[in-house]
Design a binder for this molecule. Structure first.
Ligand code: ZN
Length: 194
């Protein structure tokens, strides 16, 4: 049974021993396989408020007491879903790459969406999504919102014409020179990051 109540999912999870975490991990992976199209699940989504989550994009991955120890300044926009909210899709903004430490992994784990393989982006976003769950944060809080920019009105003046900017439209995003972005910003694209 997957918890679908947003209030219940807003409770922060507590740390767990590796032994108990591994048992919860097995249950989570089982639950994830039973789901339709699920790629990640956090313990509080099945009513266990402990810091364990699983990700299954490229291979099954259990994270016990995970912590994001490094995150890139670069961010990107990505369409997300959640097993707790099967009817919702949210365009979120996430870090392009992160480094994670977890009690059941000796070394650090690196995830980066900066690759030609779309699965890398899915995995990188999924890890951020699941760790958020453990902190009581849902994808709705990461929603990407931006005001359409009008040239000369609310466009930050300090951006140089040759400076690279991140722009987004729908689920697409790209980094290009500001002068090349200007016409796009007038046709539905929005400036994410100067
Ligand atoms: Zn979720």
């Amino acid at each position: 049974m997957i918890i679908k109540d947003r209030k219940e999912l807003e409770v922060k999870c507590s740390p767990v021993s590796v032994k108990e975490g591994e048992e919860i991990g097995v249950r989570l992976l089982h639950e994830l396989r039973e789901s339709e199209n699920g790629i990640g699940l956090a313990a509080n989504q099945i009513g266990i408020n402990k810091r364990v989550c699983v990700i299954n994009v490229k291979e099954p991955l259990v994270l016990i007491n995970p912590k994001i120890v490094e995150k890139s300044k670069e961010q990107f926009v990505f369409p997300e879903g959640c097993l707790s909210f099967p009817n919702d899709k949210v365009k979120t903004i996430r870090h392009e790459s992160i480094v994670v430490e977890a009690d059941n992994h000796k070394g650090q784990l690196s995830f980066s969406a900066n690759s030609k393989d779309i699965n890398d982006a899915f995995e990188c976003v999924c890890v951020q999504h699941e760790i958020d769950h453990l902190d009581g944060i849902t994808m709705f809080e990461r929603e990407f919102k931006s005001e359409p920019l009008v040239r000369g009105v609310n466009a930050p003046k300090k951006i140089g014409r040759n400076e690279k900017v991140l722009i987004a439209c729908g689920t697409e995003s790209k980094t290009i020179k500001y002068k090349k972005a200007l016409p796009l910003l007038e046709s539905g694209w929005t400036l994410v990051k100067p």
